[in-house]
Design a protein around this ligand. Structure first.
Ligand code: UDP
Length: 328
């Protein structure tokens, strides 16, 4: 299938691009390279452009006879979304509406959308099922939820087939392709801990050890990016006009911040000193997916189900690329 991946030079998008590429699909990446990396995209498969450039999007869709879109392009720093919401609403909502317009004009009516467990806010029930009320607690989550609503309305009115895939904590790095995680600035736990093992940081700060969890640190569901990528491929196969899929993507297993640090110690052999800090604003104590619906609907199973194997894949990338990609 001919698929356009917006944000396909970014972390999750590039893993999906390579997975699709290896599976024999014709992939084309559309990315403004603000966060993404040219080197993460399969050769000759990149169009550099802005989501707000509706006419470039439309001509790209038409020229390459694109049959479906995977939409990863978004700003995704929760903290910045609080201090600079305008950029988030503009890029994540207005940018996506521009994409949806271009798709309608070019008669492309299938889309897989990167949504997030942040749309649930502070859930009442953990593990979190798709039935949980979506009540975000930050602008990032609101922008993603707004697009889920738009997709639902467009599906109803215009026959758009869509899958909104609600990622839990994307992590790890591909074992088959020359790509991994490189955010600047880095804010995510696993790469930050691995930077300590690389000697780039003295310690890892743990944001809160007084949560109502077994060891007092926050619990998250870390899902390998290659497993996210394979779920995208499976979701795409299910899309027909008016299909509406809303699915959690996680392993169903929680790991606390301390358990992540311990896994990193085992994998790297480095003692990784920790410093206890206060809580980070907006962090729910526990986010773990009930991923049974994705399993049943897509026939999808994550291959990586334990935190140590995820960390090991990330470590292979970070050891080989201590400064990330070489393009900046
Ligand atoms: N965290 C931490 N120290 C850090 C970065 C993150 O203790 O330097 C914690 C954070 O509070 C959260 C978990 O690690 O409980 C995962 O955070 P991350 O930013 O990786 O992902 P999020 O869950 O916010 O999407």
């Amino acid at each position: 299938m001919r698929v356009l991946l917006t944000g396909g030079a970014g972390y999750v998008g590039s893993h999906a691009a390579w997975t699709m590429h290896r599976a024999g699909h014709e992939v084309l990446v559309f990315d403004n390279l603000s966060e993404g990396h040219r080197a993460a995209v399969p050769e000759d498969r990149l169009v550099v452009g802005e989501l707000m450039d509706r006419s470039l999007l439309e001509s790209t869709l038409r020229q390459h006879k694109i049959e479906a879109v995977m939409h990863f392009a978004a700003l995704a720093y929760v903290g910045v979304s609080v201090t600079d919401p305008a950029e988030y609403y503009q890029n994540n909502i207005v940018g996506t509406l521009s994409l949806l317009d271009a798709m309608r004009a070019a008669e492309v009516n299938r889309i897989v959308f990167s949504s997030t467990c942040a749309t649930y806010g502070e859930p009442e029930q953990v593990p979190i099922s798709e039935e949980e009320k979506q009540s975000p607690i930050n602008p990032y989550g609101f922008t993603k939820l707004a697009i889920e609503h738009a997709l639902s309305d467009y599906s109803h009115a215009y026959g758009l087939g869509y899958a909104a895939l609600r990622y839990f904590n994307a992590s790890g790095a591909s074992v088959d392709s020359p790509i991994g995680e490189d955010h600047k600035p880095e804010t995510h736990l696993i790469p930050l801990v691995l930077q300590v093992a690389l000697g780039q940081r003295e310690n890892i700060k743990i944001f809160g050890d007084d949560y109502p969890t077994p060891d007092g640190t926050c619990v998250r569901d870390y899902i390998h990016v290659d497993d996210l990528a394979s779920a995208h491929v499976a979701a795409l196969k299910k899309l027909e006009p008016s299909t509406a899929l809303k699915l959690n993507l996680g392993t169903g297993n929680g790991a606390s911040v301390m358990e992540v640090v311990e896994a990193c110690r085992r994998v790297t052999g480095h003692p990784i000193p920790v410093v206890m800090e206060g809580r980070r604003e907006g962090d729910p104590p526990e986010l773990v997916a009930d991923a049974r619906l994705a399993n049943q609907t897509l026939g999808w199973q994550p291959k990586y189900t334990d935190i140590e194997s995820i960390v090991a894949s990330a470590w292979r990338w970070h050891e080989a690329h201590p400064d990330g990609y070489e393009d900046r």
